[in-house]
Structure formats: C-alpha cells, structure tokens
Design a protein around this ligand. Structure first.
Ligand SMILES: CC(C)(COP(=O)(O)OP(=O)(O)OC[C@H]1O[C@@H](n2cnc3c(N)ncnc32)[C@H](O)[C@@H]1OP(=O)(O)O)[C@@H](O)C(=O)NCCC(=O)NCCS
Length: 373
C-alpha cells in the first residue's frame, strides 16, 4: 500500500534513509508534515515500511529528494510503484506543474534505469556534486497534461477560439461538410444558459460537472492516466491481425459503423474526417481474414500517447479482440519512446474496471452533452 507519510512513519523513514542512503532528511520530516509543498510517500506491506520517496513542489516543478527501498526488497518494483504513484498524484493534483526534476549519482545505474523508464531525461551533469566528488546527473521529466494533449489533438481538426468562460472548437477544414463544432465550458452555470439558447443541430458541449438538461445525449467520461511502463498486460494473449489502417474504405467503414448511432449525416462526416491526414494521428485496426473488426486511434504528443475512439464491432466483442488490440498498441508505443498514456472511458461502462485493473487511474471526469440530427 502506498500513502502519504504521517508522524508515526518518521522514525522508520529515518532508519531506512540512514541504512540505504547514508543520509536523512531528519527533523525536517516533522516540519514537512505541515508543509503544503511537501509530498512524501511510503510503501507499507504488513505494517512494515519497505520504501519511501520524498518530494517538494518547487516553483513549477516537483523536486524529488530522497528515494529508497529496503535492501532485501529492491528490484521487486516497489521503487517503480512509488515513483509512479508520485507522478500520478502530481498530474492529478496540479495542472500547473510542468515537470519533475532530480539528481542522481552517475554510477547509480539501477536508479537511472528506473527514472529513464518513466521518461526522465538527462539535461545536465553537475561535476563533483557529491562529497566524494562523484558527478550528479540532473534528470527531468516534462509533464504533458491531458488538457494540453486534448487541445493539441483538436487543433488538428478545429479552430480553437478562447473566450472568457469557454473554448470554442470549430471545424476549419471543410466547415460546410463537417459538423463537429463544440464548446468546452469552465463554468457549468454559463453552459446551461448557453445550451438553452442555442439551436445548433450538432451542438456538443463539454463540462466538468453533470448538468440538469433534457433532450441531449449525455456521455459521461473518465479521463484516465497510466505510465506505459506500469500497465500490466502480460497475461493477455494476442489475437487477430493488428496494423495501421492503410485502406481508406476500411477506415471509412469502421468509423461509419461505429458512429451510425448518432445518425447518417454525423456518421458520414465523422468517417470522412478520419480520412483527412493529420499530424501525429495514427489509425490502428484489428483484422480477421482481411476484414476489419475494430479500431483504435492514437494521438502522440511529446512523450505521451492519447488513446481515443477504441471499439470492437458488436458481433466480435467479448472474445479477446479488444484486449489484443490494446495490448499490441501499448507495447508498440512503449518500445518506440513513449512513456505516458491517457484515455477517456465511458463512466457507465464496466471497461473502466478493466482499465483500472491493468493500471490506469481516473484523474478527472468529463460530461458531454450532444444534440445531433
Ligand atoms: C533505486 C531504488 C529506489 C529503485 O527501487 P527498486 O524497487 O529497487 O526498483 P524497481 O524494482 O522498481 O526497478 C528496478 C529496475 O532497474 C533494473 N536494474 C536493476 N539493476 C540494474 C542495473 N545494475 N543497471 C540497470 N538497471 C538495473 C531492473 O531490471 C528494473 O528494471 P525494469 O523495471 O525495467 O524491470 C532502489 O533500488 C534503492 O533504494 N536503491 C538504493 C538507493 C538509491 O539508489 N536511491 C536513488 C537515489 S537517486
């Protein structure tokens, strides 16, 4: 179990730090209990403290200070779980944090491996930094927040206009053909007024709290995050043939079939839109005997991937094809230099439980109100 430290942990933390690191934060651990910028986490198993990570919000960065696992328990992914937990809390808690930074001994290959597997990069070497004159590597990880990823993703398809209480996303490629204009409100009360006055046939509004309105299709989404490293898909088998879709007919048909629930016009425009080429957008399909049966879109941004529009056609669901497609994509991007994964899942669908089981955490929620002909 990982949690924030408390006063009862301090003696054990000091003992562990002295044993593993030869140094301790000592009494400042008592002061940090009241420090709103300190975030120290402990790993507890059977009431025993096995690992610990300390950090502090330092301007727009989180600085990682002491990080250690009891020597009998090293190399069992306790350290990775602690670091993962800290990063998730940072991403969840504070949208203004731009990254995490730390120093590590140049010779500490294991720690460097752990940091690099979460996307930390060496940005500087501090010569003779330690008392024995060993160099320190300064490693940094840039955070890529969901809101920025989504805005960049939509900027591929839309004009983005910022107003006081909302952002308007409007199609700019062929506005007479596509209908995907929508509004993201910061203040839910203003969204309510806006919706009641607006007669747009294809109105779509995104808010962060549920609203009481009728005659709209409501989609409740969880925004989920996991580092790619911590996703546990080892026990799932591969089925079907997974590839980047290189055939326009396949792409059109699979999107049309999935979007038809919103009407023919909508399905047609959504499918045509996917045929336009966009930066960093990759369409992946799963095939059985050359027939496409499922789809998953990946948008890449810095070191992150954003998975959206993931589905398997109804007659092929619950047979392991979705999991196979997902696992394949995760492995592919993990092996190609990506570290973070975001996705949105239907809040009322049990798939959320599966995402959580493999390592995703819910970092936020969205509510879409959609009216379409
Ligand atoms: C660094 C430390 C916190 C990591 O915690 P941990 O629980 O041992 O680490 P994990 O088990 O999560 O991960 C170890 C990873 O390093 C790899 N590794 C082990 N020894 C390695 C070595 N000599 N060189 C490169 N990689 C190594 C493992 O294969 C594993 O990689 P994987 O996750 O890709 O399979 C812990 O080992 C520790 O306390 N070390 C001593 C104190 C220290 O160095 N602290 C960091 C100061 S900045």
């Amino acid at each position: 179990m990982i949690r924030l430290y408390n006063e009862e942990d301090i003696e054990d933390i000091i003992t562990l730090e002295k044993k593993i690191l030869n140094t301790t934060l000592g009494d400042s651990l008592y002061i940090d209990l009241e420090n709103p910028f300190a975030r120290h986490y402990v790993y507890i198993d059977n009431n025993k403290l096995l690992g610990y990570i300390s950090s502090v919000f330092d301007g727009d960065m989180i600085s990682i200070m002491n990080f250690c696992v009891d020597d009998n328990y090293q190399n069992k992914h306790i350290g990775s779980s602690l670091l993962n937990y800290l990063l998730i809390q940072c991403i969840k808690e504070n949208n203004n944090l731009t990254g995490a930074i730390l120093e590590v001994r140049e010779s500490n290959k294991r720690a460097i491996h752990v940091y690099e597997s979460f996307g930390f990069k060496n940005i500087h070497t501090r010569k003779n930094y330690y008392s024995d004159l060993e160099n320190a590597l300064v490693l940094m990880k840039e955070f890529n927040h969901y809101d920025d990823i989504l805005n960049n993703y939509l900027a591929n398809y839309c004009n983005i206009e910022r107003k006081n209480d909302y952002i308007k996303y409007s199609d700019n490629i062929q506005p007479d053909k596509y209908f995907h204009n929508y509004y993201k409100f910061f203040d839910n009360e203003n969204a309510l007024d806006f919706i009641s006055e607006n007669n747009d046939d294809y109105l779509m509004v995104l808010v962060n709290k549920p609203l009481n309105i009728k005659n709209f299709i409501i989609e409740k989404e969880a925004i989920m995050y996991s580092s790619l490293k911590m996703l546990n898909l080892r026990n799932y088998i591969s089925k079907g043939n997974i590839k980047i879709i290189d055939n326009d007919n396949d792409l059109y048909n699979i999107i049309y079939n999935d979007s038809i629930k919103y009407g023919k016009n909508y399905a047609d425009s959504e499918a045509l839109r996917k045929l336009d080429k966009h930066n960093n957008i990759y369409h992946h399909g799963i095939y059985i005997d050359n027939t496409i049966i499922g789809y998953l879109l990946v948008y890449t941004n810095l070191n992150s991937i954003y998975i959206t529009d993931f589905f398997i056609l109804p007659e092929y669901q619950h047979q392991g094809y979705g999991v196979s497609l997902f696992k394949n994509i995760v492995d592919y991007y993990k092996n190609n230099g990506y570290f973070d994964c975001y996705l949105c899942a239907d809040l009322e669908d049990s798939v959320i439980n599966w995402y959580q089981k493999i390592g995703f955490v819910v970092i936020n929620k969205n509510y879409y109100y959609r009216r379409c002909k």
